[in-house]
Design a protein. Sequence first.
Length: 254
Amino acid sequence: ENMLSIKNLHASVEDKSILQGLSLEIKPGEVHAIMGPNGSGKSTTGHVLSGRDGYEVTEGSVGFLGKDLLALDTEERAREGLFLAFQYPVEIPGVSNMEFMKAAVDAVREHRGEPALDSVSFMKMAREYCKAVNLDQNFLKRGVNEGFSGGEKKRNEIMQMMLLQPKLCILDETDSGLDIDALQVVADGVNALRSADRSFIVVTHYQRLLNYIEPDFVHVLAKGKIIKSGDKSLALELEEKGYGWLDPSLSGAV
Ligand code: ADP
Ligand code: MG
Ligand code: MG
């Protein structure tokens, strides 16, 4: 059975049609990379899947673990095991990262019928995951994303992923703004989470990330639909030839 099954998805933002017939099937355990020129709809895809306000689906369907994803609200999607990095980009002063994550983990565990973790066990786990992503434990006490640098936000997200144990993780440009060391930490975190029943969509502009997180499939999204799919060698080919190779009208797109 598919983890995710996107069929002929059309979506608009503010009456502007962005996704125009996107289809994609992801099986459990697979890592799919999505590349493509700026403005092709990569981030929109993540937002539509996560159920963000303002994105209107006008046609098509999305099945997620046998459920109609589009019928669920954002919180329900998260509880079902969908995780979009940058889902929580906002700073929430006064609410500590730890309180915030404890509430999120409690909700997911309750939904799965698992017993709630007591604070001590939760803290132990959170500290361990902080260590795994090289994040100082003080980050647990700080306000959510409050004053975090770009790299710290991303490492914090990987830590959130470790705590939530999602089924499908969507990482949107996780590599942008990361130095090589931070990239390695983030990639190690993602790779540690790879398993036979967890899938990933990795959106990236650069082939480089895919040296660290090896995808099973690479797709090129252009003008709101997938115009080419292949294995990881496609990313290398794109790096060399650009997107104009696939569609001359994309030449010079950045
Ligand atoms: P990508 O992530 O591939 O660079 P996006 O999904 O961010 O592309 O954007 C796709 C298109 O949708 C772009 O033309 C962008 O300007 C437009 N878009 C995205 N969000 C909005 C919005 N809130 N209002 C209007 N247009 C938007
Ligand atoms: Mg963009
Ligand atoms: Mg984007």
